[in-house]
Design a protein around this ligand. Structure first.
Ligand code: ZN
Length: 317
């Protein structure tokens, strides 16, 4: 098989998540990137076909049915293209196409909530906070370490804000709402789990103080980054929602190991003003009802999505 480097990862989601992604003029880039994402899913499918476990076979069966065709509708009077129908495996930790779509959906849902919050609380600003733990060879152990440390910090925030006697302060007490995800890298020096968080605060959380707290909580790690999100919020927010796409930056073997280790774990959490945001189940776009459209039907053929001109079946069939 051709060893074409598939530049999946953040760039793909960037395209998918930005407002204006459904503009007809951006469609060429969009379909090319979906094709690159699908190419990686097929590499994973091939990787799993050799694996003996039942789990691998089940995952492979899902991948085999995912993204083989994409049915778009072009609403030509408004210059928009929406994904109308497709079959998705929803195994977003091993399938970058599903990861892109889910990341974009999550981003859209949280940006919409942020717009509402901003109206009511113009004093709040979004900050991007990154918390990391030291690399290690044992993914499960490192992941547990990160999760426990985060829980301790979030507990402190909750107890202090509730006025619990003797509860210690944390810089996160300034956050009146937040959403965070757990992300993984492994660049040959061991597993590196970390957390990206959007925190809404009226005064900036201090990086130095948070770093000291984090060191006390983790016992081994003090690498913390805090920066305000300025300009288009979708760019800063995207840091948080691209976590699943980032799995495709791992080697196939690492990706599969990580997906199994993290299966069923909550990798996206929210609190305060961001609590209760619902991410739509469907990975399709919302149709633009009442507007005329042309169907644009694509199949993955010869390493890319190609327009076939087929008459598509109705949605959901
Ligand atoms: Zn999929």
């Amino acid at each position: 098989m051709a060893k074409k480097k598939t530049p999946v990862g953040a760039a793909i989601l960037a395209e998918s998540a930005h407002t204006g992604v459904d503009e007809a003029e951006n469609f060429g880039d969009r379909i090319a990137r979906y094709g690159q994402a699908h190419a990686r899913s097929l590499l994973m499918l091939e990787h799993l076909r050799g694996a003996p476990s039942v789990e691998a076979k089940k995952t492979a069966a899902g991948l085999a049915g995912c993204g083989n065709y994409l049915h778009f509708r072009e609403y030509f009077t408004v210059g928009k293209v929406r994904l109308h129908n497709a079959q998705f495996c929803k195994q977003h930790l091993v399938c970058p196409l599903c990861a892109i779509r889910r990341g974009a959906k999550a981003l859209g849902a949280y940006l919409a909530r942020w717009q509402v919050i901003q109206e009511e609380r113009p004093d709040l600003r979004p900050y991007l906070i990154t918390l990391t733990v030291k690399n290690g060879d044992d993914l499960q152990e490192r992941q547990n370490h990160l999760t426990k440390a985060l829980r301790r910090l979030m507990d402190r925030r909750r107890y202090f804000n509730a006025g619990t006697r003797g509860a210690p302060w944390t810089e996160l007490c300034k956050a009146e709402g937040g959403v965070y995800t757990l992300e993984l890298t492994n660049k040959g020096n061991g597993w590196h789990p970390h957390c990206h968080m959007i925190a809404l605060a009226s005064s900036a959380p201090l990086q130095g103080d948070l770093s000291e707290e984090w060191h006390r909580v983790t016992g081994d790690s003090m690498i913390v980054d805090v920066r305000p999100i300025t300009g288009d919020p979708s760019e800063g927010f995207m840091e948080v929602f691209k976590y699943a796409v980032k799995f495709s930056d791992l080697s196939l073997a690492d990706n599969w190991h990580a997906a199994q280790t993290l299966k069923g774990k909550r990798l996206l959490n929210s609190f305060g003003l961001f609590r209760g945001v619902e991410i739509p189940e469907s990975l399709l776009d919302e149709p633009l009802d009442e507007l005329p459209y042309w169907d644009r039907f694509y199949r993955y053929i010869g390493g890319e999505y190609q327009f076939t001109g087929e008459s598509p079946k109705p949605r959901g069939v």
